[in-house]
Design a protein around this ligand. Structure first.
Ligand code: AKB
Length: 316
């Protein structure tokens, strides 16, 4: 059976790359990109696009009815840093949007749903190193607890209504095709742009703040591998831990300096994102993803840095 795939929030950091990858696999005409904003050039030019606002139930219902998607990827969300500036709006967007999609997945018998969670579901009392799949979770950002609540809804809809919903707790994502949209891990993308443009960067996180990160190539491959895995291999219906690579701003800067020896990093005195980063894990145990659907990381810090610089220098 050929797939009909709806990607909601297609203009964002993940969506931009996921739509291209899915169109390559399933054919451009079978992957409908949708977003509340006008499409990016890459998305507009090679396949169908629909305007969608996840908070507008009628509009979303119409999209499901018109396209009858077999798979839906719901990527529209407000990230950690911006979410702290607009807490109620972040809760509403992250929760109501998910519930609309889960309800329509039941109504239209959508075969599979993907919804991204985050390492932000962990909090100050979670183990900081090799954070396990199951442990104390006390997130203290709206983004973090909306993702944790969303995970519970996903598992609930799987158990009660049989929705085949799959999810990953993404670490900070690093890619050169699209910019991140207001997260705590955004420094790890901005640093590459600034290194190439100005030869220096002021990090809003302190020198030794380690966080789990992942190159976008790996993140997209993980997402598609999880969605393609046979249902009986999926033992977790809340969201899978995914570890990636853990590094500090200093370690990333040192890696960039191997390619751009004059690059200089400095550190901001105080930034609200520091407290968010301090409440998150430093590294993640993703052995369940390895065991269930054969997850394996390909990009370490040196390989990612080289690939980022090589691709970005053509663009900046
Ligand atoms: C953020 O920093 O908010 C996101 C995330 C880790 O989920 N990149």
């Amino acid at each position: 059976m050929s797939e009909k795939i709806l990607v909601i929030g297609a203009n964002g950091q993940i969506g931009t790359e996921l739509v291209t990858a899915l169109r390559g696999i399933h054919g451009a005409e079978n992957v409908i990109a949708s977003d509340i904003n006008s499409p990016t050039y890459a998305i507009r030019n090679n396949g169908p696009f629909e305007f969608a606002n996840v908070l507008d139930k009628d509009n979303l219902h119409h999209l499901f009815d018109k396209h009858r998607p077999t798979q839906v990827y719901l990527l529209a969300a407000m990230l950690s840093a911006v979410g702290e500036q607009k807490p109620k709006m972040a809760w509403d967007l992250n929760m109501t949007g998910l519930l609309h999609v889960l309800d329509f997945a039941v109504e239209f018998k959508t075969a599979k749903v993907f919804w991204p969670s985050s390492i932000a579901v962990f909090g100050p009392h979670s183990p900081q190193y090799d954070t396990p799949q199951y442990c104390v979770m006390d997130p203290n950002t709206v983004y973090g607890f909306s993702k944790l609540a969303g995970e519970r809804w996903c598992e609930y809809y799987f158990t009660k209504y049989g929705v085949d919903v799959r999810s990953i707790r993404y670490p900070g994502l690093i890619g050169w095709k699209a910019n991140p949209g207001g997260g705590t891990t955004d420094y790890a993308v901005h640093i590459f742009h600034e290194a190439l443009k100005h030869g220096k960067y002021q990090s809003f996180l302190s020198a030794n703040t380690a966080l789990p990160m992942m190159y976008m190539e790996d993140a997209i491959r993980a997402t598609i591998t999880l969605m393609d895995a046979p249902a009986e291999q999926i033992s977790i219906r809340s969201s899978y831990n995914l570890g990636g690579i853990s590094f500090t701003p200093t370690q990333l800067a040192d890696e960039i300096k191997k390619h751009l020896p004059d690059f200089e990093i400095s550190y901001a005195d105080a930034d609200p994102r520091q407290a968010i980063a301090d409440s998150w894990p430093k590294s993640i145990d993703d052995s369940q993803a390895q065991q269930d659907w054969g997850w394996k990381l390909e990009y370490d810090l040196p390989r990612m840095t080289q690939d980022m610089l090589q691709n970005l220098k053509e663009l900046v």
